[in-house]
Design a protein around this ligand. Structure first.
Ligand SMILES: *Cc1c(COP(=O)(O)O)cnc(C)c1O
Length: 320
């Protein structure tokens, strides 16, 4: 498998340019005052289909050869990757089959179907989605598009950080939500090329700190599916492609608790009128926890997505 590189990120940027939104970078005086820093929020909650995942999926699908395109693709995902593959497939006129956990948020499942994806459901606590996906791909000649451990997916995800650095210049620190590490490793490639002095932090849910443990131990740690409101980061392990890049490039991996995520979700909604899903709040929650250490610094945060049922959003904000 070819290793993802910054050249790959540049190629991805060209491929997605006419299709993805160049998302806004937002600031908040309240946030700057809270941290004593200048904070730049890259709003991937405002990306097409509501998350950065569109970047990687579109890049991976548009890199396929014509025969593979025609046969179609299959993806497994707790939600955003599924929607991203379904939408990209529709834009590229390809069939898409999507494997989703039975308890995926209703809005994500409905949206995936709405984008034209054919949804197949599995039990995320009992069944191995990777195996089901591989079998389906083999049986029907489909190309499996994994959610993070794929060179073109990683390069596509790296275009968000590239846009951020292109727009605001070098930063002192960048905070990136972490699940399987596609977004973080892609961001690392962009950071190395465009802002080599910028510290880079991956942020995962406290209930599932496999990434941090992998970094400490030097090999990929596998865990049970963590129970957290950050449903986009309920991954069990980093990838064979993402881990070496993360190990080489990141400053550290931090965690955020569910209550910190809710607190940050409320802040973004109340003060900035931004709807950000729990997983999308990981980076900002960790920056806020770091607090004084960021004083006087230029800080970047990827708000990675905004797909949350409104009923769920209200429920989360109402209970704390
Ligand atoms: C998928 C996802 C993540 C985690 O991305 P990885 O590439 O798996 O690390 C973070 N936030 C949101 C909103 C996501 O959909």
């Amino acid at each position: 498998m070819t290793q993802p590189t910054y050249d790959g990120v540049l190629a991805a940027a060209r491929r997605i340019e006419a299709h993805a939104h160049r998302t806004p970078v937002m600031r908040s005086r309240t946030l700057d005052a809270e941290l004593g820093a200048s904070v730049h929020l890259k709003c991937e909650n405002l990306q097409r289909m509501g998350a950065f995942k569109f970047r990687g999926a579109f890049n991976a699908l548009s890199s396929l050869e014509p025969a593979r395109r025609k046969a179609g693709v299959v993806a497994f995902s707790s939600g955003n990757h599924a929607q991203a593959v379904a939408l990209s497939a529709r834009l590229l006129d390809m069939p898409a089959t999507i494997l989703m956990p039975h308890d995926a948020p209703a809005a994500k499942m409905a949206a995936t179907r709405g984008y034209g994806g054919q949804v197949v459901v599995y039990d995320r606590y009992r069944e191995d989605r990777e195996q089901i996906g591989r079998e389906l791909a083999e049986r029907e000649g489909l190309t499996l598009i994994p959610p993070y451990d794929h060179p073109e997916v990683i390069c596509g995800q790296g275009t968000a950080a590239k846009e951020l650095f292109d727009e605001v210049g070098e930063l002192d620190a960048l905070f990136v939500p972490l699940g399987g590490g596609g977004l973080l490793s892609g961001s690392a490639l962009a950071r190395r090329a465009l802002a080599p002095h910028c510290e880079l932090y991956g942020v995962e849910p406290e209930a599932g700190d496999d990434g941090r443990r992998s970094l400490r131990s030097g090999s990929i740690v596998h865990i049970e599916t963590p129970r957290t409101i950050a449903d986009g980061a309920q991954t069990q392990h980093l990838g064979n492609l993402t881990f070496p890049i993360i190990r080489r490039e990141v400053t550290d991996i931090l965690t955020a608790s569910d209550s910190e995520l809710v607190d940050t979700m409320r802040f973004l909604a109340e003060r900035m009128k931004l709807v950000v899903e729990p997983t999308g709040c990981l980076g900002l929650a960790a920056a806020r926890r770091m607090g004084a250490q960021l004083r006087g610094k230029r800080v970047g945060v990827l708000l990675s997505g905004g797909n949350v049922d409104m009923a769920r959003f209200a429920e989360l904000l109402g209970t704390s």
